[in-house]
Design a protein around this ligand. Structure first.
Ligand code: IPE
Ligand code: IPE
Ligand code: MG
Length: 240
């Protein structure tokens, strides 16, 4: 996390922010390519932006944030790119662990992260352990995460328990996000209008926001613009 004093847009109501915001950080590759840079420099810039946006979400007072960092489908990418992404995430977690503790920010994970390279697993275990008693802000990293995988895993857990699930809530408790409320607001950058296997169960009543801006260029100002859009919506949840 980094310090950043950002001006608050006068149209943004700080009393009506989402409890849980989730972001599909897309467009790192195209951000780099459009500048004649290798894709991994896009991931590096994307990670710098992640720090900036995490800090801004924290400053705004939003309690929960999920960031889609690596999907179960991203294994289909070239090994060099995958290794690059993992190294960038590992360095970020190792460098910033003390900042998280200092700010009372907890890190949790959605996804089969134990299947990631050892050094990244260690970095994740370390930050999760060191921040486990923090409760001012919860950062959920979706890494080696897939929504269908998560649902399948939940179904298997239910079967193994041998008990019939009575409520939807019972099933939510079997997911990685058991301790998190469903996301109120989901943002996807880079212009793609799809979900790409993200939080399929949890997004039943999420509000969506798509922007053409590539993730490394998505600024705190863009975030505030998205939040103002969110605040103009009428969330009916099936009621009139
Ligand atoms: C998002 O950016 C980061 C990950 C999926 C890890 P991309 O790498 O997908 O960027 P584009 O979509 O190719 O531009
Ligand atoms: C979704 O982006 C995954 C992450 C942001 C980590 P992708 O770039 O992998 O999605 P597709 O392939 O365009 O659907
Ligand atoms: Mg992409």
């Amino acid at each position: 996390m980094i310090d950043g004093k950002v001006k608050i847009n006068k149209h943004l109501d700080l009393n009506r922010l989402p409890t849980h915001i989730a972001i599909i950080m897309d467009g790192n590759g195209r951000w780099a390519t459009s500048r004649g840079l290798p894709r991994n420099l896009g991931h590096k810039a994307g990670c710098e932006n992640l720090k900036k946006i995490v800090q801004h979400i924290y400053d705004l007072g939003i309690k929960y944030a999920t960031f889609f960092t690596f999907s179960t489908e991203n294994w289909k990418r070239p090994k060099e790119e995958i290794d690059g992404i993992f190294n960038i995430v590992r360095d970020y977690l190792n460098e910033d662990v003390n900042q998280f503790v200092k700010r009372g920010a907890k890190v949790v994970v959605s996804g089969e992260y134990k299947k990631l390279p050892d050094d990244l697993v260690r970095a994740i275990d370390n930050i999760v352990e060191k921040t486990k008693d923090c409760d001012k802000f919860i950062l959920n990293l979706a890494i080696n995460y897939g929504g269908r995988d998560e649902i399948l895993r939940g179904v298997n857990k239910a079967v193994e328990s041998g008990k019939k699930l009575e409520t939807q809530q019972d099933f939510s408790k079997l997911l990685y996000s058991a301790d998190l409320p469903d996301p109120d607001f989901i943002i996807r950058t880079s212009g793609e209008m799809r979900i790409s296997n993200f939080m399929l169960w949890q997004m039943a009543y999420s509000e969506f926001y798509f922007t053409k801006v590539y993730w490394p260029s998505f600024s705190p100002k863009d975030l505030q613009k998205a939040l103002i859009d969110y605040q103009r919506r009428d969330r009916r949840f099936g009621k009139v």
